[in-house]
Design a protein around this ligand. Structure first.
Ligand SMILES: [Zn+2]
Length: 622
């Protein structure tokens, strides 16, 4: 475990400008000491999201998302805690210091750092070669011919690997890297006679970067027709795992998070062309198959993934595979029907291409609909036996869909195609098992677990250090941070929060009421967490609030924000107090009833007291 020192985390919190960080995701305007805007975590039309720059935290009254800058980056940009800290540290120029780590972990991290540097240097070398050498002239004109502008190519670090056998072998070693290191990142290969040579020669290179923009490998395209294969990727190694990487994710993650949608294509140039056209939520899979890890990564940013893969058989299979590996995830998978034999880059290079692509995107259909149509298209619908087979195949698809209008319409469409009535399809569906079942449990993309208690903050927030993985290789993406599922507060919790917030808003009166409040008045764990702190710090609850205690920090910052919004006259506090008192009595009465003491003197007394409180509530609220 490589823990950051507490000073590092504190410096990151102090240096990062929370208004600036949040503003990348929603427009904020100043309102007194805070900034307000539409919540970037839930859909809304009137702003209930606030940022308090002085204290360095944000809070949403609608969905109760809240935390500091690091938490925001974790949740909104889908980074693990260490990645969020490092990314903010990079951005705000904070030196990262770590606690002493065990020698093995330190060695692994040091090695990863060196391997990463070897890749960055190679990327810079290839890029310079593309723009500055005569031998890359043909490649430059090829790229220009595909409609790709220099600024786009530079943004993605596209380069050219010269045809010499030893450019990297020589330059890499001269820069101090060992052959072993160069081989470990797939830059050089071992020949049959034992010598080493450059892995990429006479190819256009596309650096593959992780979420944070660090190069982890390369994709390289042939520049002549006889070069095989047409695309050559880095061999998988310590930094590069094809199944966990999405080309373009470093540049697409922001737009994906903002728009809630990702577009998945197949090729490097497709990504470049789409970004250039302003469809910046685009990433590419390495090869045709999309994996559960890739979908999990995307689920950290978006609720919708549009697959715009080739219309050929392989592309279709890939899209159907996506349905299998997505498991029971909440990710909505859609398919954008690309015309056969035309990829997005080609389409965009043609006249009105962008317009055509955008309308294809707008017409994307849910994956099951696409699947069902594919079955019908392949079926022999001329014979009753063929129609029966098609029905057998399509029924499990429908059964896996859930009761939606989309499904209902699809049933009608299928019945039409099979020359039968929707009732027949419906009856078959009722007896069917949902399909297709994931081939193996391990391939299923796990959902973020709902939080068990107390709302914020989730357990992963305290998970500092290396992302989970255990084998010491967390993969290039370093563990995604799917936004946590927040539990809605109960009526009781809301009532308790309102009371505590009013006490903060009018501390003089509030202090008296807090004296009278006991633990018995509170059911919500969150209010119980806040109470002892508020008793001692009611006048300025945020002043000495310890950041390390995240649960307390979350509760107090939430209540303070609420207090600022809701004025509290004494009558309102009184009424709120009475409600808590009545709820307490109700719980006591129920408790006695369960124990069979319904007729006891105590119960009678409690009922009398309850009636008195109810009257008081009626008078005050009337
Ligand atoms: Zn919200």
């Amino acid at each position: 475990m490589s823990l950051f020192t507490p000073e590092t985390i504190e410096r990151v919190r102090d240096s990062a400008d929370i208004v600036e960080v949040v503003s990348a995701h929603t427009d904020l305007r100043r309102q007194g000491e805070r900034f307000v805007g539409l919540c970037p975590f839930h859909e809304e039309r009137t702003p209930s999201f606030s940022v308090k720059p002085a204290e360095g935290f944000y809070y949403c009254f609608g969905c109760e998302a809240g935390g500091d800058t690091i938490k925001f980056v974790q949740e909104k940009e889908g980074l693990s805690f260490p990645d969020a800290v490092e990314s903010l540290a990079d951005r705000y120029g904070v030196d990262v210091e770590r606690e002493k780590e065990d020698p093995q972990a330190e060695e692994r991290r040091r090695r990863r750092g060196r391997l990463g540097e070897a890749l960055e240097r190679a990327a810079a070398f290839y890029e310079a070669t593309l723009w500055e050498t005569e031998k890359a002239a043909k490649s430059r004109s090829y790229l220009a011919g595909r409609g790709l502008r220099e600024e786009t190519l530079r943004a993605f670090g596209v380069g050219f690997a010269p045809s010499a056998w030893d450019s990297i072998v020589v330059a890499g070693q001269r820069a101090g890297f060992s052959i072993d290191e160069l081989q470990a990142v797939g830059l050089v290969q071992k020949g049959r006679k034992g010598g080493y040579y450059d892995a990429f020669r006479a190819r256009i290179t596309f650096p593959v970067r992780d979420v944070r923009g660090r190069t982890v490998g390369f994709g390289a395209r042939a520049t002549t027709a006889d070069q095989k294969p047409k695309y050559k990727n880095s061999t998988e190694g310590e930094l590069y795992r094809k199944s966990r990487t999405l080309y373009g994710i470093d540049r697409a993650r922001g737009p994906i998070a903002r728009g809630g949608r990702a577009v998945v294509v197949e090729g490097y140039t497709d990504v470049l062309a789409l970004h250039q056209a302003g469809i910046e939520e685009t990433v590419a899979v390495m090869g045709t198959a999309i994996t559960s890890d890739q979908l999990k990564l995307l689920a950290g940013y978006a609720g919708e993934v549009v697959l715009a893969l080739d219309a050929d058989r392989a592309g279709r299979e890939a899209m159907l595979r996506a349905q299998r590996v997505s498991g029971a995830g909440k990710l909505r998978l859609l398919v954008c029907g690309m015309p056969e034999g035309e990829d997005p880059a080609e389409m965009l290079a043609a006249e009105r291409g962008e317009e055509r692509f955008r309308s294809l995107l707008a017409e994307a259909v849910d994956l099951p609909v696409f699947h069902a149509r594919a079955i019908l298209a392949d079926g022999e619908l001329e014979t009753p036996a063929g129609r029966d087979r098609a029905l057998d195949e399509v029924v499990p698809v429908l059964a896996g869909m859930g009761e939606t209008i989309t499904r209902q319409e699809l049933v009608t469409e299928i019945a039409d195609a099979l020359d039968t009535d929707p009732g027949m399809v419906g009856r078959r569906m009722a007896g069917a098992r949902p399909a297709p079942a994931p081939p193996a449990a391990s391939q299923r993309a796990p959902l973020p677990a709902p939080r068990s208690e107390g709302g914020d903050p989730g357990p992963e927030y305290s998970g500092e250090g290396e992302p989970a993985g255990g084998d010491g290789d967390p993969g290039p993406e370093g563990g995604g941070g799917a936004p946590a599922v927040r539990r809605r507060p109960t009526t009781e919790e809301r009532r308790e929060d309102a009371f505590l917030a009013m006490c903060i808003a009018s501390p003089a009166t509030g202090a008296e009421y807090l004296e009278r409040l006991s633990e018995e008045h509170l059911v919500g764990e969150r209010a119980r967490v806040a109470l002892p702190w508020l008793r001692d710090h009611l006048r300025d609850p945020l002043a000495e609030l310890p950041r390390e205690n995240e649960e307390l920090f979350a509760e107090i910052s939430r209540l303070t924000m609420q207090a600022e919004r809701e004025p509290a006259e004494e009558a309102a506090i009184e009424l709120s107090w009475l409600m808590l008192e009545r709820a307490r009595l109700d719980r006591q009465i129920n408790h006695l009833r369960r124990d069979g003491g319904e007729q006891s003197k105590e119960t009678v007394e409690l009922h009398r007291e309850r009636a008195r409180i109810s009257d008081a509530i009626a008078t005050r609220s009337g």
